[in-house]
Design a protein around this ligand. Structure first.
Ligand SMILES: *[C@@H]1O[C@H](CO)[C@@H](O)[C@H](O)[C@H]1NC(C)=O
Ligand SMILES: *[C@@H]1O[C@H](CO)[C@@H](O)[C@H](O)[C@H]1NC(C)=O
Ligand SMILES: *[C@@H]1O[C@H](CO)[C@@H](O)[C@H](O)[C@H]1NC(C)=O
Ligand SMILES: *[C@@H]1O[C@H](CO)[C@@H](O)[C@H](O)[C@H]1NC(C)=O
Ligand SMILES: *[C@@H]1O[C@H](CO)[C@@H](O)[C@H](O)[C@H]1NC(C)=O
Ligand SMILES: *[C@@H]1O[C@H](CO)[C@@H](O)[C@H](O)[C@H]1NC(C)=O
Ligand SMILES: *[C@@H]1O[C@H](CO)[C@@H](O)[C@H](O)[C@H]1NC(C)=O
Ligand SMILES: *[C@@H]1O[C@H](CO)[C@@H](O)[C@H](O)[C@H]1NC(C)=O
Ligand SMILES: *[C@@H]1O[C@H](CO)[C@@H](O)[C@H](O)[C@H]1NC(C)=O
Ligand SMILES: *[C@@H]1O[C@H](CO)[C@@H](O)[C@H](O)[C@H]1NC(C)=O
Length: 495
């Protein structure tokens, strides 16, 4: 009876103030870590709108500026002691890593440390101070309502997680967890949790069925039922999220939302890891994405989806440990997908077909003079090889400025590794997923990782400037290799 009363009191005060999202973690333990501009190009091409960094790398924060991508940054564990011991160190950290970048870079969360209680127990005593110092520095900069502070915890802190209604935190950490939860509650922040059904499944010695870990449909008689609440659980993820809600409720905190800072599945493992396969990784991540975006919520909080960052963007070949450790990524270092997610109906996150190309094309209805100026620039200073646009060459027809500009814009965009701002051309170009290839004029080409990022940017021009077709090239043709003369669209190639 007491338990029932307690459960009733604990019911759904949690609310979602914003739609739950899917984000992706960006680990950087790669021998050939892509340049930040390439990382951001991949995020854009895949429509990834939320990322979490394990640090506050300046190059990444700059590359993410003005992209609309929302960013969770982290205080790495090795900086935690300094920050937790000194509010001025914390204030300096915030000024260098947050204030210097916001709002161009839309920082939404600061993760203070990573699984501190389980990986760096010595720092436990200063963890709450670190949270508070970082928060005070945000308050001082008037950023505390936009940027939330929390600390991702390992789900191994939650004991007896099934049935979820009986879950509780390892009591030895209550002296840290209670003030931490008070802090999260008073600042409107989320409880950050890393959830790995892969490990729960692996360590369960067959108790947890694979289907239950992978969100595969279960026959109703296989669903796990929490005898206290009579709630039906059909996957490990939901059970773990609800266990966190119950463990918090056990300490009398009932209105702190859960955010999952890491979850995923490895696509490859050694002989002792037979379930680390790309099929399982695909199934887990595809189902996880749909589950979050579906707004199904959990049995305890139906309709309240839990924002989740997938672990992780890239396979990290430098990670120590078993083979699976290096194979949690959705992409390899070249941005090629490890597997193609099945996301039918999932909407706007991660294109269904992760191999789907993006192209850069002239905007419909763009001013012809501006297109021409941009075309001239791309084929000249932009260093695009425009010889296929010559009469008699495959991309000459249709002989319109828009078609030729599309060819040159797309070539430039690829040449620049699809970096931010490389498909703009003063607003006459736009990224598209429809392939502008026609006949023997084929646009798709592989993007080498060896693209040379040169210094040039497309100069600001406007439609009243008097560039006529070809003039720009005449004046700068000496290095371009291509010259375009007069109104005849007649190109000459110097070789
Ligand atoms: C830092 O701590 C000192 C002493 O505890 C206090 O006087 C000061 O106001 C704090 N500064 C900030 C920015 O919180
Ligand atoms: C940052 O993202 C938040 C959350 O979506 C949004 O409300 C806010 O307008 C964004 N801020 C900027 C500066 O773009
Ligand atoms: C609880 O945490 C303490 C301190 O880290 C640890 O020694 C103990 O093994 C944990 N208990 C369980 C059951 O995990
Ligand atoms: C939770 O609140 C109840 C009722 O106010 C109280 O009896 C109990 O001691 C509290 N538990 C904790 C862990 O604070
Ligand atoms: C998404 O929601 C639909 C209907 O609410 C449900 O049938 C489906 O199983 C859900 N998918 C996932 C992956 O949760
Ligand atoms: C994914 O595929 C479904 C069905 O084919 C489609 O409705 C949806 O728009 C697609 N999503 C994306 C992001 O392409
Ligand atoms: C430009 O492309 C043409 C056709 O693909 C090729 O034959 C020519 O060598 C290229 N020129 C340069 C300078 O790369
Ligand atoms: C890229 O550059 C590296 C070293 O500069 C070279 O070994 C490699 O072959 C190049 N790859 C391509 C595709 O050109
Ligand atoms: C980039 O441009 C700056 C100034 O315009 C110049 O000093 C620098 O040498 C250029 N770098 C390269 C790699 O061309
Ligand atoms: C466009 O060019 C004209 C003539 O040079 C100039 O008066 C005008 O201010 C320019 N507009 C913009 C937006 O740069």
């Amino acid at each position: 009876m007491a338990l029932l009363l307690f459960l009733l009191l604990a019911i759904s005060i949690v609310s979602a103030d914003e739609d739950a999202f899917i984000g992706v973690n960006i680990g950087t333990d790669l021998s050939d870590m892509p340049h930040p501009t390439q990382v951001v190009a991949l995020l854009k091409a895949q429509q990834i709108r939320h990322v979490r960094l394990y640090n506050s790398d300046r190059g990444m924060l700059l590359a993410l500026a003005n992209t609309g991508i929302k960013v969770a940054i982290s205080v790495p564990n090795d900086q935690l002691l300094g920050i937790g011991q000194s509010n001025s160190t914390a204030a300096n950290w915030v000024s260098q890593n947050v204030v210097a970048h916001y709002p161009a870079t839309n920082i939404t969360n600061i993760c203070v440390g990573s699984e501190v209680l389980t990986t760096l127990p010595n720092a436990a005593r200063i963890l709450v101070s670190a949270l508070k110092f970082i928060h005070s520095a945000l308050v001082a900069s008037n950023l505390d309502s936009q940027i939330k502070v929390s600390t991702p915890l390992s789900s191994s802190l939650i004991l007896d997680s099934f049935p979820p209604s009986q879950a509780f935190f390892n009591r030895s950490w209550n002296p840290v967890l209670v003030p931490m939860l008070s802090f999260l509650q008073s600042t409107g922040s989320s409880f950050m949790l890393n959830i790995y059904p892969y490990y729960d499944y692996m360590q369960s010695n067959g108790v947890i069925p694979l289907d239950y870990a992978l969100f595969r449909p279960l026959t109703p008689n296989k669903e796990a039922i929490d005898a206290n609440t009579l709630l039906h659980y059909s996957n490990v993820f939901d059970a773990m999220v609800d266990a966190a809600y119950f463990a918090m409720a056990y300490l009398n905190f009932t209105n702190i939302p859960v955010m999952v800072t890491e979850s995923g599945w490895p696509s490859k493992g050694n002989s002792g890891e037979p379930d680390a396969t790309s099929d399982n990784a695909n199934t887990y991540n595809s189902n996880l994405i749909q589950h979050v975006l579906n707004k199904t919520g959990t049995p305890k909080h139906p309709g309240i989806s839990v924002s989740t960052y997938i672990y992780e963007l890239y396979n990290e070949d430098l990670k120590p440990g078993p083979l699976s450790e290096k194979n949690w990524g959705l992409f390899d270092a070249n941005g090629a997908p490890i597997y193609i997610l099945h996301l039918t109906g999932a909407g706007s996150v991660l294109a269904n077909d992760t191999t789907s190309q993006t192209y850069c094309a002239a905007k419909d209805g763009a001013d012809e003079k501006m297109l021409q100026a941009a075309l001239d620039w791309a084929c000249g200073p932009g260093k695009v090889n425009c010889s296929l646009l010559l009469q008699g060459q495959p991309c000459y027809e249709p002989d319109t400025v828009a078609a030729h500009a599309t060819y040159a814009f797309d070539a430039y965009y690829h040449l620049m590794g699809k970096g931010p701002g490389t498909c703009e051309f003063n607003g006459v170009a736009a990224i598209t997923t429809s392939n502008p290839s026609h006949g023997s004029c084929v646009f798709s080409r592989s993007v080498g990782k060896n693209v040379t990022f040169f210094n040039g940017t497309f100069p600001a021009l406007n439609s009243t400037s008097s560039h006529s077709r070809g003039r720009y090239l005449h004046s700068s043709a000496s290095t371009s290799g291509v010259i375009l003369i007069g109104v005849l669209s007649w190109y000459v190639v110097f070789l």
